[in-house]
Design a protein. Structure first.
Length: 96
């Protein structure tokens, strides 16, 4: 049996590509935006709430169209009735 830590190899190779400035501009912009969003919990929760509302109300063709390569072979799962953050605050958060 061959054991390869593929996730470590991919991570190392991506670092090399970044150091060589060989990553596409779109990818750099996407990763910068993701970093900004994920570093702000309130903004992240607002984005999740907006995405849940959008997914519930957008026509199917908006989500599954020729521009969405990911959606050609997958279905977006239905959003949960309650986010983990909301559940945690209700069940394990500080009691006031």
């Amino acid at each position: 049996m061959v054991k390869i830590n593929i996730h470590e190899q991919i991570y190392a190779w991506r670092r090399v590509l970044v150091e060589r400035h060989e990553t596409p501009l779109a990818k750099r912009i996407e990763m910068k935006a993701a970093g900004e969003l994920l570093s702000r919990p309130a903004a992240y929760r607002a984005a999740i709430a907006a995405a849940d509302v959008a997914l519930a109300h957008l026509p199917r063709w908006v989500i599954y169209n020729g521009l969405n390569a990911w959606g050609r072979h997958r279905e977006v799962p239905h959003p949960p009735a309650q986010t983990f953050h909301a559940w945690y605050q209700a069940n394990r958060g500080e009691k006031k």
